[in-house]
Write a protein that binds this ligand. Structure first.
Ligand SMILES: N[C@@H](CCC(=O)N[C@@H](CS)C(=O)NCC(=O)O)C(=O)O
Length: 209
């Protein structure tokens, strides 16, 4: 199996953290090209034009970080990173989805609508130009503040995002917060529980995946 990757980008890192936690060693293929774009041969191979993508040994392709993680969890269940029973799986799904929608998408709203390199590329995955929308930058900042505070409250009761075990919800939350940092947006100082959690996750080897 091969994982198509763009090392600097936040979504592939969700999957690399997941692999590192499971100590899985897949072939990683870097497909970033000129001007912060994916290489044309990769886009031709995978017209969805996004990373990560998992290619099976027979050439079948799986896109979307969570689809890749679910596939790998079935093949390599230990350690469980998607929950250990029906309730935990629902919690992990719920918090991972919130981390993506409210954290990753919000950080993307700020970054993709400000960075010069992404002019005409307001959304990932399209060959046709998608304009940047400056108004989304402020909205993204507001969403990030709401995201930080919601996740800070969640950590009042739990060591990790979806409960007392490290899961893929922690991978997505960690990568979303790193991505917000690209726009110099950081966890507010009064979100002490989220800051405690960030320090703990940053100390895991997977945080450097
Ligand atoms: N929903 C997708 C999002 C993937 C995504 O947005 N990938 C970005 C990198 S973080 C990408 O491929 N961007 C290509 C581009 O900007 O041209 C997932 O969860 O995997």
């Amino acid at each position: 199996m091969k994982l198509y990757d763009w090392h600097a980008a936040p979504n592939p890192k969700r999957v690399r953290m997941f692999l590192a936690e499971k100590e899985l060693d897949l072939t990683i293929i870097e497909v970033s090209g000129e001007g912060l774009r994916l290489r044309p041969d990769y886009v031709e191979k995978f017209p969805q034009a996004m990373v990560p993508m998992l290619e099976l040994t027979d050439g079948r392709q799986i896109g979307e970080s969570m689809a890749i993680c679910r596939y790998l969890e079935e093949l390599h269940p230990a350690p469980p990173l998607l929950g250990r029973n029906a309730y935990e799986r629902a919690q992990v799904d719920m918090w991972e989805r919130r981390a993506f929608d409210e954290g990753m998408m919000a950080a993307g709203e700020v970054f993709r609508n400000t960075a010069d390199a992404f002019a005409g590329r307001g959304l990932p995955g399209y060959a046709t130009p998608v304009p940047q929308i400056p108004a989304l930058v402020e909205r993204g900042r507001t969403r990030l503040d709401l995201f930080f505070r919601k996740f800070d409250r969640q950590l009042d009761k739990h060591r990790f995002i979806a409960g007392d075990h490290f899961t893929v919800a922690d991978c997505t939350t960690f990568c979303s917060i790193e991505f917000a940092g690209w726009s110099d947006i950081h966890i507010p100082a009064d979100c002490t529980r989220l800051l405690r959690w960030q320090r703990e996750v940053a100390a895991r080897p997977s945080a450097r995946a």
